[in-house]
Design a protein around this ligand. Structure first.
Ligand code: ADE
Ligand code: ZN
Length: 419
């Protein structure tokens, strides 16, 4: 029995995979496949424009992107603050009779979007244009709901949202922020059937006492959907070591832990995150590759990387996605996931992130499926719930695959005899 391409019967307008597998490398905007003399066999499917591979089928970028939209996915690293729809920012300004940060969505997108050469610190200032959207429980609820709604539209079936709950404390308390976001997520679960959990995120620039307040509020909501604690913000000037006691407390009280590291600083920052803050997952980790010994530590600990390619490109963490280390980590045995980080600042969605890596580093369809399953495996869920989610994803992924490939006895004769 051999695996043979066939047209997906999904809502996509997919073209059939070729019988026997055209394998010539396509470099132009060709929709479909090139002819080949290869026998029918399993071939990785890659997007046109990715690295040469004589064993691969190549499909157009549009086709691959449609598959990535259809593929069941989970997303572990998405900030509510960076996932606010530009239209919603304008709606809320109007509703509360506040000055509009820009007259139109297009102009707002330019204002909050990244410009050539900007870095993490410049990025963190973008939020100053629309902090008012986090000032009311009702708006926070709306933002969380819309995050899940956006994700559901591209078949993200499980999302771990994160938010820094210290906003304008004269208007909303840390507790109110967390409760409002949880309420929005609950509403999304009821109305859209899409599951999610929340991670409370600490800004590295905060004093430790303030960080501890966030950790305590998160622990108090452990049974209501908060599953973890994160450390984000200015990695350059505020090392993770500053927050060791906060992360000790969170761990002792049953929260899962993730830390942004290896984004604006090198491997030593990643090691601090895992060794001093017990991080089970690392946000980004792009610069981990600079030190093989540090890579070995991360591999041995089984730490999962939450990689966010477009964010890393736009914040100049990676010079070019062609140099993006995701496959290096994968081959080395470090589990990786793909995420959007701040989708409406970077103007991306998760399907784009997968497709872009297929194009730039030759990630195959099968690689993408593996990475998508990694996110389920790395979810901050109790064992039983995770087992259920894994089961559901495994069967959906199988259905997704079988829409793309058919097992064809017709090809069996072409398969080389087993040794
Ligand atoms: N907050 C939101 N996105 C972030 C990022 N990429 N790095 C650090 N802090 C963040
Ligand atoms: Zn982030």
């Amino acid at each position: 029995m051999l695996i043979q391409g066939k047209s997906p019967q999904s809502n996509s307008s997919a073209k059939p995979l070729p019988k026997g597998g055209p394998v010539d490398i396509c470099t132009g905007p060709v929709d479909g496949f090139q002819a080949s003399s290869y026998p029918c066999e399993w071939k990785p499917i890659k997007v046109i424009g990715s690295e040469p591979d004589p064993k691969a089928h190549f499909v157009s970028e549009a086709q691959f992107r449609q598959w990535m939209t259809d593929m069941p996915k989970a997303e572990l690293h998405t900030h509510v603050e960076g996932a606010v729809r530009p239209q919603t920012i304008l709606d809320i300004a109007e509703e509360y009779k506040l000055p509009l940060p820009a007259p139109t969505v297009e102009e707002l997108k330019v204002k909050i979007g990244m410009r050539q050469g900007e870095d993490l610190l410049a990025f963190l200032k973008k939020f100053d244009h629309f902090r008012f959207v986090f000032d009311q429980p009702e708006t926070l609820q709306r933002l969380a709901y819309e995050c899940i709604e956006d994700n559901a539209r591209e078949n993200i079936q499980y999302t771990e949202l994160r938010i820094n709950p210290r906003k304008n404390t004269e208007k909303v308390s840390i507790e109110q922020v967390l409760d409002s976001v949880l309420a929005g997520m609950d509403k999304a679960k009821k109305e859209l059937g899409v599951d999610g959990r929340l991670i409370a995120s600490i800004n590295r620039s905060y004093p430790v006492e303030s960080a501890m307040d966030i950790a305590k509020a998160a622990v108090a909501r452990k049974d209501r959907g908060i599953v973890g604690l994160d450390l984000a913000g200015d990695e350059v000037n505020h090392p993770a070591s500053k927050f060791a006691e906060v992360f000790d407390y969170a761990k002792a009280n049953g929260l899962h832990l993730t830390v942004h590291a290896g984004e604006a600083r090198g491997p030593e920052s990643v090691l601090q995150a895992v060794e001093l803050c017990h991080a089970e997952r690392i946000g980004h980790g792009v610069r981990l590759q600079e030190d093989p010994a540090a890579m070995q530590v991360i591999k041995e600990k089984g730490t999962v990387l939450e990689m966010c390619p477009e964010s890393n490109k736009l914040l100049n963490v990676t010079p070019d996605l062609k140099a993006y280390p995701l496959k290096t980590y994968m081959h080395y045995g470090i589990p990786v996931t793909i995420n959007t980080d701040d989708r409406h600042i970077f103007d991306v969605d998760l399907s784009h992130e997968f497709t872009s890596l297929a194009k730039n580093i030759g990630l195959s369809l099968q690689d993408c499926q593996k990475v998508a399953m990694n996110a389920v495996e790395a979810a901050f869920l109790p064992a039983e719930e995770k087992a259920q989610l894994k089961q559901s994803f495994a069967s959906q992924m199988q259905a997704f695959s079988s829409k793309l490939y058919q097992v064809s006895d017709a090809c069996a004769s072409e398969r080389p005899a087993a040794p």
